[in-house]
Design a protein around this ligand. Structure first.
Ligand code: BGC
Length: 750
């Protein structure tokens, strides 16, 4: 039977492989013939990304049209998509060889339909839904001529001061890898040349999320074991998934800027990981190597290309310096050819040589942008991203027969709910939180709105208008909420406080918003805190003073509806944190998969405990409540000893929904490796399942453990595992787990 299956499979697969090999041969033949007709300048031009309207690009210096005409521009990464589309036509019609451009943009959480920021989406732990959101993002972007997105960002981050934490999937390499891969599948689909798919760009290679003190672009310094075990895996997973391109990071890696780092771009990426796509620099990061102290413009351009960088984004230094470098034998023509070939292969795979306008004439696709279906997916993802942090008075879910007072700077705004990098959004399709609540309460309850506080300073200009000082806003709010049954305090950060160059020294609620909360609390009315932000905030005061806290992040186009769905129990919250929430600024960086110390015990005077604060986070990784309680039974192992590489152990656990609502629960499995050749984290996430349970329903969740789960990079950076005992932790978050012990031996059972 097995043989029959094997031969049947062989019969199916062989012609497929043959067809693929044939089309690969055709591609290479086409590209070789094209390159045979290209001058050295034209080949170098293929290594240049000029931003539309970017003052640093060669295109602007001599005029973009002229640069394109001369074959100096390979790709445009502009914010003005109409200009980019015109540039495409110009390139095809006016450059000597008519080589089409790649048109890129940061479509990182949707294009017209904006999905929650990636950090929020990661809290859904819903991999298929995230993939679907990326699929929609690709379709909408492709409809407007974009064929390349600078996403996913898979930088692991343990520091909520860093504004770009919003753009990634949090602190865990396993979850981060799955999400990065799902986004790539979503963007690129089965066939990159389909006019509804776009090329992904994995960024920022590498370690960008570990910038010191959370300050953007700052130094990174990291030991190799940490790098290999925690920070590199999501990049590798994303490259392995077949992402068409990758982007370097601004920071140094082992002291050398990533953009000119040969070890990173050649030894690791090409030789160890066998990645074949092309690598683009981050914006101006080639030029910025001068400030890193790597030499003059000629030297840094040479450094970058010799390190293995294929395309220069908006420094223009490849175009300006590489011809000279070849002449002076600092760079070989072979090196230029290799990079040029990678870029042309990407263009070929995108189908641009067959039809350079395939992403430009998508009139039919345009009609589907911001469709009801797309908004429904955005609403579901936004609702599943919301994390219920606290509900100890059971104020939630709300009922619709109440008078609800919405108070706070985020309660009646739109753009501030979207999150960073939201380009094609349309506020017309959005509601404010106040409007969404009015809609659900219509004919039953009532909603009022008062601003209550500015985002920050007392007097400020916001959205072009002067706002009143906080004191007056609070005074008014206290009057407005007098008749309310319940207050929903919408506090946090506007979209512009997270993302690139948006580090905060104290990622907490600003004092004026805290002041508003203190005054509202004095009224002794039920209060629900709805926190909207692009990063995990330090919520220690709020956790102490309030019984009900909902973390709603920046949820995109449907942020308001999604929040309303959760508040009224239309969607039972199921999101779980993907970053550890600190209780104090001084704890940062704080993360769950840390090592033990030699003095972990609290009864010993010289522990690693702070003398003025607990070591514990406010909310651990993987944490989030529901309107139900889920009861975790005892985990059951089918055996507790396994042997060799091919064995497996099944661990099962019954989960019961003891509540009255339909709900989803994310069941998490962590491992611990208490004795190993290097010190290993106390816990590491290795598997999870998101299950749906009816009221009263019990489901058995099975996990199949394989030896691969126990592998790690050891001191010699060999990926291996140690035989012996392992801890298997299962629970609703990284803290509240039940522990089972197993043994795994290297040799086969005798
Ligand atoms: C950012 C990248 C982004 C690029 C292009 C840079 O400043 O670091 O993440 O893709 O700009 O917009």
């Amino acid at each position: 039977m097995k043989r029959l299956l094997f031969f049947t499979l062989l019969l199916i697969v062989t012609p497929l492989i043959a067809a693929q090999t044939e089309s690969n041969k055709q591609m290479i033949k086409f590209i070789d013939s094209l390159m045979g007709r290209m001058t050295l300048e034209e080949k170098i031009g293929q290594l240049n990304l000029g931003g539309v309207g970017n003052p640093k690009v060669v295109g602007s210096a001599i005029g973009l049209d002229e640069a394109i005409k001369n074959g100096y521009v390979s790709a445009v990464g502009g914010f003005d998509i109409n200009a980019a589309v015109d540039a495409q036509r110009f390139a095809v019609e006016n450059s000597r060889l008519g080589i089409p451009l790649i048109i890129g943009l940061d479509v990182i959480h949707g294009y017209h339909t904006i999905f929650p920021i990636p950090l929020a989406s990661s809290c859904s732990w819903n991999i298929p839904l995230i993939e679907k959101s990326a699929r929609i993002a690709a379709q909408e972007a492709a409809a407007y001529g974009i064929n390349w997105t600078f996403s996913p960002m898979v930088d692991i981050c343990r520091d909520s001061r860093w504004g770009r934490i919003a753009e990634g999937s949090g602190e865990d390499p396993y979850l981060g890898s799955l999400i990065g891969q799902a986004m790539i599948r979503g963007y690129q689909g089965e066939n990159l040349s389909d006019s509804t798919t776009i090329m992904a760009c994995v960024k920022h290679f590498a370690l960008y999320g570990a910038s010191e003190a959370g300050r953007d672009y700052n130094t990174v310094s990291m030991d190799p074991v940490t790098m290999y075990n925690y920070y590199l895996p999501p990049y590798k997973a994303a490259f392995d998934e077949g992402a068409g391109s990758g982007m370097t990071s601004f920071n140094v890696v082992n002291g050398v800027p990533a953009t000119g780092n040969k070890w990173l771009l050649t030894d690791l990426l090409r030789k160890e990981w066998h990645y074949e796509g092309f690598m683009v620099s981050d914006a101006s990061s080639v030029a910025e190597m001068a400030d890193h102290g790597m030499g003059d413009v000629q030297e840094i351009a040479e450094l970058a290309i010799n390190a293995g960088l294929d395309m220069d984004m908006s420094s223009s230094l490849f175009v300006l310096c590489l011809k000279e470098a070849v002449k002076n034998k600092k760079v070989t023509e072979a090196q230029i050819n290799e990079s040029c070939k990678r870029v042309l292969i990407a263009k070929y795979k995108l189908g641009l040589f067959q039809d350079p306008y395939r992403y430009v004439n998508n009139e039919e696709l345009k009609t589907k942008v911001l469709s009801d279906n797309n908004c429904d997916v955005a609403r579901q993802l936004a609702a599943e991203s919301i994390v219920l942090l606290k509900n100890s008075d059971n104020y939630l879910p709300l009922n619709t027969n109440q008078k609800i007072a919405v108070v706070g700077p985020l309660g009646n705004v739109k753009g501030s709910l979207l999150g960073t990098w939201s380009y094609g959004f349309s506020e017309n399709r959005m509601n404010t939180i106040y409007e969404a609540l009015q809609e659900i309460l219509a004919g039953k309850g009532e909603a009022t709105y008062s601003k209550g506080a500015n985002f920050t300073e007392d007097y400020c200009i916001y959205d072009g208008q002067y706002t009143l000082p906080t004191e007056s806003l609070i005074k008014q709010a206290l009057i407005d909420v007098k008749d309310a049954d319940i207050i929903i305090a919408t506090v946090g950060e506007p979209s512009s406080w997270s993302g690139e160059a948006r580090s905060r020294v104290n990622p907490a609620l600003p004092e004026c918003q805290k002041e508003m909360l203190r005054e509202l609390k004095k009224l002794d009315k039920p209060i629900v805190l709805a926190i909207l932000s692009g990063r995990p905030l330090i919520l220690t005061d709020e956790d102490r003073d309030f019984s009900t806290i909902v973390m709603a992040w920046h949820g995109g186009t449907m942020a308001a509806e999604a929040l309303s769905d959760v508040l009224f129990g239309v969607t039972n919250p199921s999101g779980k944190t993907t970053t550890t929430f600190p209780r104090h600024l001084g704890q940062i960086p704080i993360y769950y998969n840390s090592l033990n110390t030699g003095r972990p015990y609290s009864d010993f005077w010289a522990t690693t405990k702070y003398i003025d604060c607990s070591n514990e986070p406010l909310y651990p990784f993987g944490y989030g409540l529901s309107y139900n309680n889920y009861i975790y039974d005892k985990p059951i192992l089918n055996k507790y000893i396994a042997y060799g590489d091919n064995d497996s152990i099944k661990i099962s656990i019954d989960i019961t929904n003891s509540g009255v609502y339909l709900g989803q629960e994310i069941v998490q499995l962590y491992i611990g490796d208490p004795v190993a050749s290097i010190s290993r984290p106390i816990k590491e996430l290795k598997a999870f399942k998101k299950i749906e349970l009816l009221p009263g329903e019990t489901k058995t969740v099975d996990f199949h453990l394989k030896v691969d789960l126990f592998k790690y990079y050891n001191e010699c950076l060999k990926y291996d595992w140690d035989e012996g005992g392992f801890d298997i932790f299962i629970g609703p978050n990284s803290k509240d787990v039940q522990t089972s012990k197993i043994i795994w031996k290297k040799h086969d059972k005798i």
